[in-house]
Design a protein around this ligand. Structure first.
Ligand SMILES: [Zn+2]
Length: 199
């Protein structure tokens, strides 16, 4: 098996190959994932309000609304399995996670197995590995999705409540202590809320 190219060679290749920044279309040059201007548009922030919690309390870290650079970056991640980009997004998210949360592990929100087979990867897991690496904790695939996502459920005319039990936790894999769930976009709130209540 051939060893992957080292960082120096990768850097040289990045500088040589014309690649567009997924955020703005400018040439990336030696930068990995996103150009410096687009990186600056990622603003990790702790949220106290979200559909995940009934009462205001800091519990969620985001890079901002699903628009502009962030929207384009997530789409690129979903369709191009862009590992450099996942690293930039995951590491930037990590800078927004308060130390006081004492996070012990990162758990990616899974795709439905059929969707994952079609796509070949789970973009939340790519993000999760980068985030976990930056926080120096393990990334644990402790959840599986047992039903289709909200989008598919809506397409089939199902009610949101039907997502109850959409995730299953593998008891042996669940770390003790606080964990961070990571998803690329906060759209599966209904399903996640059910899961969080069941824990
Ligand atoms: Zn850019």
């Amino acid at each position: 098996m051939t060893a992957p190219p080292g960082p120096t060679l990768l850097g040289a290749l990045r500088a040589l190959l014309p690649r567009a920044c997924p955020g703005c279309g400018a040439q990336l040059g030696p930068h990995a994932g996103l150009c410096p201007a687009c990186r600056a548009a990622l603003r990790p922030q702790v949220q106290a309000h979200s559909p995940l919690r009934a009462h205001p309390e800091p519990h969620l870290v985001t890079l901002g609304t699903y628009s502009g650079v962030r929207r384009r970056a997530v789409r690129e991640l979903k369709f191009a399995q862009a590992r450099d980009l996942a690293r930039v997004l995951g590491e930037t998210l990590a800078t927004g996670v308060p130390d006081t949360w004492n996070v012990q592990a990162v758990i990616p929100v899974p795709l439905h197995p059929t969707r994952q087979r079609e796509r070949g990867f789970n973009q939340s897991e790519l993000l999760g590995r980068a985030l976990a690496g930056a926080l120096a904790v393990p990334c644990v695939p402790a959840l599986t999705r047992t039903r289709a996502g909200a989008q598919q459920a809506r397409r089939h005319g199902a009610q949101r409540e039907d997502l109850h039990g959409a995730f299953r936790a593998h008891e042996g894999f669940l770390p003790t202590g606080p964990v961070l769930l990571i998803d690329d976009v906060l759209t599966t709130t209904s399903a996640l809320m059910h899961w969080l209540r069941r824990v």
